[in-house]
Design a protein around this ligand. Structure first.
Ligand code: MEV
Length: 439
């Protein structure tokens, strides 16, 4: 049984590594070497990473790739992706190529509104609170003027503050429900700073409000925090083409279009399928969000809530066939930033944004939505034609061969061999053993 460690965060990095290696690993020397092997050779870069979070021991690598040939609103992009799953980048690239010859992706920003709330308890006359709130509103705005100054200069700031009475749900529960425009910033710090100041002003001013009874003056702030549910910070991306252009070697065009449509409709009505369908979308979205230094947990949480906005979890993508034209689109909330946070700190994030031609937050929303749509197109296309495993296992082949300790030459031979053979764990093992026995 391990004993708790006192003051771990105060230890030096070397001491932390020693402690972990000694106390939590079987072979401390090797564990230590492994952690050190993943350090950046440039001490400055390593220091940067060390300081991103607390208790950093090493770096955790993910492959950083690009999916080229995305035609988005008339511009060609190579989209950076950070992801471990073998088939994702290949699938994105394939979908990009497919739509490159069919007009590309078209996008539209449907809104950029962010949300934050001050949750508080007020037990008293609702009318008095409502009239207090009217006088309070300008004071709230005034109280955050030093925080909002720069954002306002650039055209952003606070859009709206609303008093919401939710006391039918929890006794005395009310909110200041606030909306923001944070332009190219994801805006979490800006929003949370505004909210915490609102909360303080709310409490202070309530104490001085002569109309309130002693109990009413005593507003209890529970918490002040942005919401990752952003149903009005939404982007739409779509592809369309005449059905005849969907002809592939796997299936006639009309049959493909109908099967594809049915698969999307299944995800719309059936939550078990919808979750996996949307997971495939997130394969694309998360990979770009991560590569560009954005918060993929926020995007995931907001995206799934949006997928359930009608009261049942459903597909984030939609398809229809109208007058012989196949149309496939996504509508997804994306709270992203291209300034602040990791975007100016992490060298690879900076490079990813440069590869994307230094996009604004709106442009990044368009690109990320397209990555999600492309990924979903590729997945559903495989599912309704060849099945997913064929492509997936081909991409996984190198992982399997690496795991089996194949040499570079053996890998080369076997990649060639499996172009025409089915990849399974057993078939790969057998083929590798055969080559090795012939040596
Ligand atoms: C695998 O990561 C993603 C898929 O399961 C998505 C889907 O089923 O649509 C292939």
């Amino acid at each position: 049984m391990k004993t708790p460690v006192e003051g771990f965060s105060k230890l030096s990095k070397a001491e932390k590594i020693d402690w972990i290696a000694q106390n939590c690993t079987e072979d401390p020397k090797t564990s230590k070497q492994l952690l050190e092997r993943y350090w950046n050779t440039d001490p400055q870069v390593q220091k940067l990473h060390d300081e991103f979070i607390e208790n950093t021991l090493s770096n955790y690598y993910l492959p950083f790739a690009v999916a080229p040939n995305f035609l988005i609103d008339g511009e060609i992009y190579a989209i950076p992706m950070a992801i471990e799953e073998s088939s994702v980048v290949a699938a994105a690239s394939k979908a990009a190529k497919f739509w490159l010859d069919r007009g590309g992706f078209k996008t539209e920003i449907l809104g950029t509104e962010k949300v934050g709330q001050v949750h508080f308890i007020y037990k008293g006359d609702p009318k008095k609170l409502a009239s207090f709130f009217e006088t309070l509103k300008p004071e709230l705005l005034q109280s955050v003027s030093t925080i909002t100054q720069n954002m306002e200069k650039r055209g952003g700031g606070i859009n709206h503050i609303e008093l919401r009475d939710l006391s039918d749900k929890i006794e005395g529960y009310h909110q200041l429900h606030c909306t923001f425009e944070t332009l190219d910033a994801m805006g979490a710090n800006f929003i949370n700073s505004c909210l915490e100041q609102f909360a303080q002003t709310l409490k202070e001013k309530a104490k001085l409000h002569t109309d309130f009874s002693e109990e009413e003056k005593n507003i209890e702030v529970v918490m002040s925090i942005l919401s990752n549910y952003v149903p009005h910070c939404v982007v739409k991306a779509e592809v369309s083409c005449p059905i005849a252009q969907l002809e592939t070697k796997d299936m006639p065009a009309e049959e493909f279009a109908q099967k594809f449509l049915r698969a999307v409709n299944i995800a719309k009505v059936e939550p078990y399928r919808a979750v996996t369908h949307n997971k495939g979308i997130m394969n694309g979205i998360d990979a770009v969000v991560l590569a560009t230094g954005n918060d993929f947990r926020a995007v995931e949480a907001g995206g799934h809530a949006y997928a359930a906005k009608e009261g049942r979890y459903s597909s984030l993508t939609h398809a229809k066939i109208e007058d012989g034209v196949f149309k496939f689109w996504i509508e997804v909330p994306l709270a992203l930033g291209t300034v602040g946070g990791l975007t100016t700190l992490h060298p690879l994030v900076k490079l990813a944004l440069e590869i994307l031609q230094k996009p604004s937050a709106k442009e990044l929303m368009r690109i990320v939505a397209v990555a999600g749509l492309a990924q979903n197109f590729a997945a559903v296309r495989s599912l309704v034609t060849t099945g997913i495993q064929k492509g997936h296992m081909k991409m996984h082949l190198l992982n399997m061969l690496n795991q089996m300790g194949a040499s570079e030459n053996e890998k080369k031979q076997l990649v060639e061999y499996f172009k025409n053979h089915t990849v399974t764990n057993a078939s790969v093992k057998e083929a590798l053993e055969k080559i090795q026995s012939q040596r």
